[in-house]
Design a protein around this ligand. Structure first.
Ligand code: NAP
Length: 265
């Protein structure tokens, strides 16, 4: 889909990837609804964009039903006015690097809520007001394709989003709406704690800039790529993990002691 003049809902707009994505979409000529919980951060981001007057902000907590209903009403209203959304990017996310046994019940629920339930519900609502042709793009993670110690809850959520996107894209075949999935590997944002960054360096796990991820997201939208795994060799590991999970398990076992040492920090 050509992005010029398209109206795009971008969740997690104020985050590391979200900000770069907002800049890339602004450069492509899109009109963006910048969504996040903190209105001041969103306003500052909007004002920093070269075509600020094209964009607007929506302060919503995606884990709250009332806020999802406000988002839904906004989507319906724009549709009624002939100014409906063409694209929804489910980008908001958060994670905690911790052993499952060390986590509270509430933190597990919150993480599943934001990373899995919210994109599913926003997609459901968007099907009611997206323009045709329209696109729902879900931001996943390499951890949606590979189970990794310390990230069991995040892996559960992101692999859920992966299968959800696949199933929805197939369900919506012929309807004019696509459901796409793109999975970054480690990206240099504050999502990753200093311990995680140190572990990635220690294990020689490569990471990408949020600018690169934003570029890939724009490309996925323009090419309407159903699924994209970012980063080499991670994209190969995702495939090997599907066919020969024992091989990937073996290489993660070799890292186990190191990973555990960072989990205990
Ligand atoms: N960074 C990585 O290594 C990496 C790798 C693979 C995939 N990803 C995925 O990429 C996406 C963006 O990550 P990022 O690195 O940009 O993270 P980030 O810098 O921590 O930004 C997270 C964004 O989500 C928003 N958010 C958090 N909780 C929310 C809630 N309850 N309701 C609404 N918005 C909420 C935050 O805004 P407010 O706090 O202002 O609400 C912020 O804009 C996520 O889906 C993440 O899982 C990241």
């Amino acid at each position: 889909m050509k992005l010029n003049n398209k109206k795009i809902l971008l969740t997690g707009a104020s985050g590391g990837i979200g900000r770069e994505l907002a800049a890339a979409l602004d450069a492509a000529g899109a009109r963006i609804c910048l969504a996040g919980r903190n209105e001041q951060k969103l306003m500052a981001l909007k004002d920093s964009l070269p075509h600020a007057s094209r964009h607007f902000c929506l302060a919503v907590d995606l884990t709250q039903d009332d806020d999802l209903e406000r988002l839904n009403q906004a989507g319906l209203q724009y549709q009624k006015e002939g100014q409906g959304f063409d694209i929804v990017i489910n980008n908001a996310g958060a994670n905690q690097f911790a052993c499952l046994t060390d986590r509270s019940m509430q933190s597990v629920r919150d993480e599943l809520n934001l990373n899995l339930t919210a994109p599913v519900l926003v997609s459901k609502l968007a099907c009611g007001w997206l323009n045709r042709p329209g696109i729902i793009l879900n931001i996943g993670s390499t951890f949606g394709g590979i189970g990794y110690p310390g990230y069991s809850v995040y892996c559960a959520a992101k692999s859920g989003v992966y299968r959800f996107s696949e199933a929805l894209d197939r369900e919506l075949y012929g309807s004019g709406v696509r459901a796409l999935y793109i999975a970054p590997r480690a990206t240099e944002t504050s999502l990753n704690s200093p311990e995680v960054q140190a572990m990635n360096q220690d294990l020689k796990n490569q990471s990408d800039s949020p600018q690169l991820v934003a570029k890939m997201v724009v490309d996925s939208l323009e090419q309407e790529r159903a699924v994209r795994w970012i980063g080499w060799p991670e994209k190969l590991f995702v495939r090997v993990n599907q066919i020969l999970p024992g091989v990937v398990a073996g290489s993660i076992q070799k890292q186990h002691a190191k990973i555990m040492s960072y989990l205990k920090k």
